[in-house]
Design a protein around this ligand. Structure first.
Ligand code: FAD
Ligand code: 2HG
Ligand code: ZN
Length: 472
């Protein structure tokens, strides 16, 4: 239900009291960018955008929204790909709580390998800040200039370094967060060990803005590995890509990325970058981008592993380099894929339809084949790529006619293969109705109970992660 004008005005006045007039945006043109997601597929109107500047201001804002019955959608960099960071079209009495001003970055502790950052600090800003201490962030992906640490925790983001360091939840040594009633919870002490009941980082990582607003994070860091070697390897197919990934993980301790680029994706990105295909693959072949990073030169380890008879059998061709400019060019084939897809979608006028899924590695080839068949049946174009070691493939459909049918075919196949309908982007709005494919009624009831305990008014991110009330 839309708010009455009186209610809207009263809420806005109270929000202004809480955070100051410059940080409550109500004009159409000021709100517009917060109301539509990165893909242009999801969004809706909001009553106001509020930009608190501290945990205490967040703690003041949430009970105000509760008092007026307004929903709250927390938004970081708004790079999320499942519609969870923008208002719902059906809930116009929504406040977008932007973490943009929560962007402080503390002094890193080089002994503990930790730093305290505001939830609104971007990945790139934190990386730049800690570089002087020879430290780095363990999670990285192409949206690094806009995506925030808070958003990455809330979505349990993955990215290219998961093969080495794991997903975002492994790097949260502490959080501070605000619950719907304004309670401030968590700790930033960064204790690597503590067994004392409920653990806020574990509960909030991956909660997609449904359990609380994360305001600060005690983030784990990793050393900078200054010596790098990069390879683009053409292999004979997805099973070959999986074999290569397994062998390299055994034989090259400095593996930092193992990224999958299917030929359709390579064609699209090279066209976007105005380049020719860097290597040919045979029909049914695939590309794997390999990045090694170490304190010493990893080139010999990489080249001897690629020449090993156990891997050589699946390799069709390879480019290997340590030259900075050549490395950057190779990596761009993977790093700029989402941008290339967005440019294509914007030229064709139909938003891209994204499915981020993972299956056990030995089912990857079968799944991609089903995804291709679904594209052909729809008359759509499929651009598949991903993170090979985790069996995580991003199925990007362009020029779709019936996205529901594609989702039904692909997500059912994923579930049947023992996979997940969200490997790293989250469930958001996009996949909420498909959650029963991978979560039992009992599991959904338990999730609902946790959510109801922390947010009894269902204030926070309604619809996200919510397939409806499960059967008794
Ligand atoms: P938003 O988009 O603003 O929000 C995402 C979700 O988190 C929403 O549900 C929101 O309500 C919630 N949220 C945000 N901040 C908070 C907070 N402080 N407290 C509570 N809830 C919060 N993702 C990957 O995992 N791996 C990738 O490789 C990857 N690559 C990408 C590449 C591109 C080019 C793009 C556009 C996106 C990519 N993503 C990737 C998806 C996206 O960048 C990540 O999900 C990222 O973590 C979102 O961060 P954000 O700050 O933009 O969050
Ligand atoms: C990536 O791995 C991101 O590049 C984005 O997760 C994937 O655009 C996508 O579908
Ligand atoms: Zn990804």
């Amino acid at each position: 239900m839309p708010a009455t004008p009186a209610k809207h005005d009263a809420l806005v006045a109270d929000l202004i009291d809480a955070v100051g007039a410059p940080h409550v945006l109500v004009d159409d043109d000021e709100r517009a960018g917060y109301e539509i997601d990165w893909t242009g597929r999801y969004g809706g109107p909001c009553t106001a955008v509020v930009r608190p500047g501290s945990t205490n201001e967040v703690a003041a804002v949430l009970p105000l929204c509760a008092r007026y019955g307004a929903c709250v959608v927390t938004q970081g960099g708004n790079t999320g790909l499942v519609g969870g960071s923008v208002p719902r079209p059906t809930a116009p009495f929504t406040v977008v709580l932007s973490t943009q001003r929560l962007d402080a970055i503390g002094e890193a502790d080089p002994d503990a390998l930790q730093v305290t950052v505001g939830a609104g600090a971007t990945l790139a800003a934190v990386r730049d800040r800690v570089a002087a201490l020879d430290l780095d962030i363990p999670v990285d992906f192409a949206a690094r200039d806009s995506a925030t640490i808070g958003g990455a925790v809330a979505t349990n983001a993955g990215g290219s370094r998961v093969v080495r360091f794991g997903t975002m939840r492994h790097h949260v040594a502490g959080v501070r967060a605000v619950l719907a009633d304004g309670s401030v919870v968590g700790s930033l002490a960064g204790l690597p060990k503590e067994t004392a009941g409920l653990h806020w980082p574990s509960l909030l990582a991956g909660s997609e803005g449904t359990l609380g607003v994360i305001t600060e994070i005690r983030l784990r860091l990793v050393p900078t590995f200054a010596n790098t070697a990069t390879a683009l390897v053409a292999v004979d197919g997805l099973s070959g890509a999986a074999r290569l990934a397994g062998r390299l993980r055994c034989e090259v301790p400095s593996i930092d990325q193992l990224e999958l680029i299917e030929p359709e994706a390579m064609r699209l990105v090279t066209g976007h970058l105005g380049r020719s295909m860097p290597l040919a693959v045979p029909p049914g072949g695939s590309y794997v981008l390999v990045e090694c990073a170490d304190r010493r030169d990893p080139l010999d380890d990489l080249t001897s592993a690629l020449a090993d008879p156990a891997t050589a059998g699946v390799i069709v061709d390879a480019l290997v380099t340590t030259d900075a400019a050549q490395r950057r060019q190779l990596i761009e084939h993977r790093d700029r894929l989402t941008e290339a897809i967005a440019a294509d979608a914007s030229a064709s006028g139909t938003p891209v339809f994204k499915l981020d899924v993972a299956v056990p590695l030995d089912r990857l080839a079968e799944l991609v084949s089903i995804a291709r068949t679904a594209a052909a049946a729809d008359g759509a174009r499929l651009i598949p790529f991903g993170h090979v070691a985790e069996g995580n493939v991003h199925l990007n459909y362009l020029d779709t006619s019936d996205t529901e049918r594609i989702a039904a075919t692909v997500l059912t196949a994923v579930a049947d293969a023992g996979g997940t309908i969200s490997a790293e982007h989250g469930i958001g709005i996009a996949k909420a109705r498909w959650l029963p494919l991978i979560r039992s009624a009992g599991e959904r009831r338990a999730s609902n109970a946790v959510r109801a305990a922390l947010d009894p008014g269902r204030l926070l991110n309604p619809g996200v992660l919510d397939p409806g009330v499960p059967e008794a």
